[in-house]
Design a binder for this molecule. Structure first.
Ligand SMILES: Cc1cc2nc3c(=O)[nH]c(=O)nc-3n(C[C@H](O)[C@H](O)[C@H](O)COP(=O)(O)O)c2cc1C
Length: 332
């Protein structure tokens, strides 16, 4: 994929352009304009959509898989789950239903069947947030996140058998912050990890709001910045009023896709509540740190996605995307 093809114009998607009277395959292609606004690790957008009438096969794009950061493809599947759920929320808005299947293996990560029968009322508040949602990397204010708000976020995850754990107390938060510092140092010790991150900074995918993006590709690729990054990120965790962790009973592909679906609903609901979210994946990328996080959470469930939650003033700019047409193919 040519980085020059990425644009922020995609955020201006206009619901009035939906081809209401058109064939279902045209409608599905329109819905994909929303799906590509989903978040993804490094904003790598590792999705390819193969359309056949109302059926969409969601496949992993190998050239956008983060081999160094995510050798087990967990973040890849979470990212694809985010796109699938965005597609479903958009479909409902236009009165369409989505049946989603997530095969345990094979080249199709999710099979989505779009057809009549969606309840346009069901996800209206979430739909409005699709072009508004973004990841906020700035420090959050100290104001607590009320329990009824986190309960609402948890409700968005239950449909998928995904649990949301919230860490608010200072002590466990400090432990998570310390795990983050260690994880950042270990990640940045890997030249392959730094090169890969540098590539996504260099091609503009991360926009210019990340610290990384500001220091630039060369610095990330060549300098020892693991300690500094660890200190910055652990301070971000420690000062956040809440840290959320999505967990699942199993660690297979359908569970990881389910986490992405749950996260995107939660992120849209958070956006509606003016609550900022910021995923941080380094702890989860390292088996030992992931296990330590599981102990902090005192759960048998596996931690799958960690993010800071809190309030900030103003908003950050949107990151760019490849437009839907660039990542859509005709099914074979
Ligand atoms: C599975 C997953 C893992 C992510 N991990 C991180 C992370 O470790 N650090 C971070 O700053 N952002 C992380 N993000 C957020 C992405 O960087 C962000 O979604 C992407 O840059 C697109 O920007 P947007 O969310 O503002 O649209 C993650 C997102 C997903 C879906």
């Amino acid at each position: 994929m040519d980085p020059a093809g990425m644009t922020t114009d995609v955020w201006g998607v206009d619901a009035d352009e939906f081809p209401a009277g058109g064939p279902v395959d045209e409608q599905v292609r329109f819905l994909l304009r929303y799906a590509v606004l989903a978040p993804s690790s490094h904003n790598a957008q590792p999705w390819e959509f193969a359309v056949d009438g109302g059926a969409v096969e969601v496949r992993a794009a190998e050239d956008r898989w983060l081999r160094a950061a995510d050798p087990g493809r967990r973040e890849l599947h979470v990212s694809l789950g985010c796109a699938v759920e965005t597609l479903r929320v958009a479909a409902r808005h236009f009165g369409l239903g989505c049946r989603v299947e997530t095969p345990a293996d094979g080249s199709v990560v999710a099979r989505v069947e779009v057809g009549p029968g969606g309840n346009p009322e069901r996800d209206e508040s979430l739909f409005a947030e699709i072009p508004e949602r973004y990841t906020d990397h700035r420090p959050f204010r100290q104001s607590p996140v009320p329990k009824d708000v986190t309960d609402e976020l948890r409700d968005e995850a239950t449909e998928f058998d995904v649990d949301l754990r919230i860490v608010r107390e200072a002590r466990p938060k400090q432990t998570v912050a310390a795990l983050q510092a260690t994880a950042d140092r270990q990640r940045m010790d890997s030249p392959a990890y730094r090169r890969e991150l540098g590539r996504w900074i260099g091609n503009g995918a991360l926009g210019d709001s990340w610290l990384f993006a500001r220091v630039g590709q060369a610095v990330v690729t060549h300098l020892d910045i693991g300690g500094r990054e660890g200190r910055k990120n652990s301070a971000l965790i420690e000062s956040a009023p809440a840290v959320g962790v999505l967990t699942t009973a199993t660690d297979d592909r359908p569970a990881q896709v389910a986490v992405g679906r749950a996260y995107q609903r939660l992120a849209l609901a958070a956006s509606a509540a003016n609550l900022a979210v910021h995923p941080m994946s380094q702890i989860l990328e390292l088996p030992e740190q992931r296990e330590s996080l599981q102990s902090v959470l005192e759960t048998d469930h596996l931690p799958q996605h960690l993010f800071r939650l809190g309030y900030v003033k103003g908003r950050q700019d949107h990151t760019p995307r490849w437009p839907a047409e660039s990542v859509t193919v005709d099914a074979d």
